[in-house]
Design a protein around this ligand. Structure first.
Ligand code: D41
Length: 673
């Protein structure tokens, strides 16, 4: 056999094998080989076809990558018109549909095929002798567009039918869709490339299928599900359900939710089931379709004005509706995040009346270009918060102003009047009110009382919420003026627990400067930074007066942290709260900070491990900090000294391994003195 003849044989074998695995994967959902093996087969075929280009045929599985761009789509006249579906908006209309059919057929109970109504685009695929020869959009039902090059790129559309006994001419109809996950991936990618994003999977599917350059289509995650046939050379089965099974055998993907149901009740039950499943599916459905199953009965019913009398689409409540954006309100969240909320003309969407929807942040408002007065699309899917998808630009007939959050709130928090800022590189605008802002109060108080901050034993999250809700406290300083009577009157609060809380509050007054700084809840100031600040400045007043340039001097304090700190202390509300706290008796031991020139350890990093006999680890830490040292929690190459007490842990081993200088207690004390 010539090498060409043997190559031809191998090519055919590979194509059959690949088609078979395609079928197992997409239709049967039961792949037999791993993706890597599939890819290997495809590559082998590709390389053989490259060596023998004369053997490439349009139905080869390698031909899905997209072809030369077109100037325009050719028109395609559908031999059998692609009918449309009548809609039933509620159970009553389904009941009417069922009654008309029972009357006409003089039947008791009708067998229906029930299918999800996929939210995509209807297309027609023409097969001649098992080979895909044309793909066309539905268009107006009688004329569509030739999108053959594009449908070829969709993996779930067979280029060649599987098995035997298919009619010589077969026109398959179905929906091209984009899955929700595919849609999200595509939009992420579009955003990354600064390309336009799509409003929903349907638009994305439509935009992808109607590309003149099929190489673009090839990169889009499109899928196909069949729902019926058009022109066929032989009769295929007696029922619609039977036709679908045949199509499945020939390599088409059938939606796994398709069922045969009996009578009106069967339809309505199916509707409820699909309604439940809707949000869990990875593709959008906008309803279900009931079709009289018997083809003989379909014939008797016939059709009126382009829609069959034997089928109906039972629609779900829409998840997207149009309405007017009447205003944009600005809300302050728990962490001070300022969120724009759309105020809408009430609209029924996703099964409820919606008047508010999130606009996320300024970037989203800019990206979508939504303006007050616009007609907008509102989406509410499942239990998620309703959102504004975007404006309907064709309905913007008058000049509308762009919306700017900061300008609207005049750079002030709408709840407390503190400065509102958007830091560089962040998408959120925040209220700087911190302790003072009512919206942030609860979170701030919870943080203040927490174990690593002021450590108020027994003051948990629930109790903080209760105290704020009852109006007993407005800021953290109010905690210290609570009395037993007030506390004992609270739900689930006995005399004894009230007294315990008062004791805990009293105990918390004696603290350390580092804890106190941490407890203030300054943005970007965690425990470590709080400690560094405490030992760098030594007292609160110096810290409060520190300027940006003073703060940047502190180890590990960069411009962002420095800005958070100055902004916090500039806010007069915060200064008032601090004054009240000190008046309530909060105190800490004085820190002796060596003058900068005499700080021995400035710039040096220490780690302490094991137990010291002469002092607590905390004390050792404080003495180091007072000399300008940094005290870290773990050993790294940047560590200068590891102080090793009794029973050291793995930190000593690590120091040894890294060759970091180690000090025993005696050496450490000598160094300190
Ligand atoms: O899933 C669908 N979107 C779907 C659409 C379906 N499951 N079945 C359909 N059946 C028909 C008839 C009964 C007319 C053959 C359809 C459509 N038509 C259809 N899609 C777009 C227009 C009509």
């Amino acid at each position: 056999m010539s090498s060409r003849a043997s190559a031809e044989q191998t090519i055919h074998r590979l194509r059959d094998e690949i088609n078979h695995h395609n079928y197992l994967y997409y239709v049967m959902d039961a792949p037999e080989i791993p993706d890597s093996e599939y890819d290997r087969l495809l590559r082998e075929l590709q390389s053989l076809e490259t060596q023998h280009p004369e053997l490439i045929s349009a139905d080869s599985p390698t031909q899905r990558v997209g072809a030369v761009p077109l100037d325009a789509f050719q028109q395609v006249k559908h031999e059998v018109p692609m009918l449309s579906l009548n809609n039933a908006m509620d159970a009553q209309e389904v009941e009417d549909f069922d009654r008309r059919i029972r009357d006409k057929l003089a039947a008791d109970k009708i067998v229906y095929t029930a299918e999800p109504k996929l939210d995509g685009l209807a297309i027609s695929l023409l097969y001649e002798n098992g080979i895909l020869v044309r793909g066309a959009t539905r268009g107006d039902g009688s004329t569509g567009e030739d999108v053959s090059q594009n449908v070829r790129t969709i993996e779930t559309i067979p280029l060649k039918l599987v098995g035997k006994n298919y009619p010589s001419r077969l026109e398959v109809r179905g929906e091209v869709i984009m899955s929700k996950s595919g849609f999200n991936r595509l939009n992420d990618q579009q955003r990354k490339n600064d390309d336009k994003t799509f409003a929903n999977p349907r638009n994305a599917a439509a935009g992808s299928l109607r590309q003149l350059d099929s190489r673009i289509t090839a990169g889009r995650p499109l899928e196909f599900y069949c729902y019926g046939v058009g022109k066929v050379s032989d009769s295929l089965a007696d029922t619609h359900h039977g036709i679908l099974q045949k199509l499945r055998q020939w390599g088409f993907r059938l939606n796994p939710e398709v069922r045969q149901v009996k009578g009106l009740q069967g339809c309505l039950d199916y509707y409820q089931q699909m309604m439940q499943k809707r949000d869990g599916l990875d593709y959008d459905i906008d309803g279900v379709v009931y079709k009289v199953d018997s083809l003989a009965e379909q014939d008797i019913m016939g059709f009126v004005s382009r829609a069959p009398r034997w089928a109906v689409a039972h629609k779900f409540p829409a998840q997207e509706e149009m309405t007017t954006l009447e205003g944009i309100e600005v809300q302050v969240g728990r962490t001070g995040k300022i969120t724009p909320v759309a105020k809408l003309k009430p609209v029924f969407v996703g099964g409820v009346t919606v008047t508010n929807a999130t606009l996320h942040n300024q970037d989203e408002i800019d990206r979508k270009d939504v303006r007050i007065g616009d007609t907008v699309i509102v989406r509410r899917a499942g239990d998620v918060i309703p959102e504004v998808v975007g404006p309907v630009l064709s309905k913007r007939t008058t000049k509308l102003n762009k919306f700017n959050i900061l300008k609207t709130i005049n750079n002030k928090c709408p709840v407390c009047g503190s400065h509102a800022v958007r830091l560089e590189g962040e998408s959120d605008i925040r209220c700087t009110g911190g302790l003072f802002c009512e919206a942030q109060r609860k979170e701030a108080i919870k943080h203040f009382a927490s174990r690593r901050a002021m450590d108020v034993d027994g003051l948990g999250d629930k109790l903080v919420e209760q105290l704020v809700d009852e109006g007993l406290i407005h800021d953290v300083a109010d905690l210290y003026s609570l009395n037993k009577q007030q506390l004992a009157a609270l739900d689930r609060m006995a005399d004894k627990s009230a007294q315990n809380l008062l004791d805990a509050l009293n105990n918390s007054k004696s603290t350390s400067l580092e804890r106190f700084i941490f407890a203030l809840g300054i943005r970007n100031v965690g425990e470590t930074t709080a400690r560094t600040l405490a030992y760098h400045f030594g007292d609160l007043d110096t810290l409060m007066k520190a300027k940006q340039e003073d703060l940047i001097e502190v180890a590990d304090v960069g411009p962002v942290v420095a800005e958070s700190i100055t902004r916090f202390f500039t806010e007069s509300h915060n200064r008032d709260v601090i004054k009240k706290l000190r008046k309530a008796g909060i105190h800490w031991p004085v820190i002796e900070v060596a003058a900068a020139e005499t700080q021995k350890f400035s710039g040096k990093t220490f780690v302490i491990t094991g137990t010291l006999s002469g002092m607590s680890r905390d004390e050792a830490k404080q003495r180091l900090l007072a000399q300008g040292a940094k005290v870290a929690g773990s050993v790294s190459k940047k560590t200068d000294y590891v102080v090793v007490g009794a029973d050291p842990g793995s930190k000593a081993d690590k120091a040894e391994a890294l060759g970091v200088a180690m000090l025993d207690e005696a050496q450490f004390l000598k160094l300190l003195s």
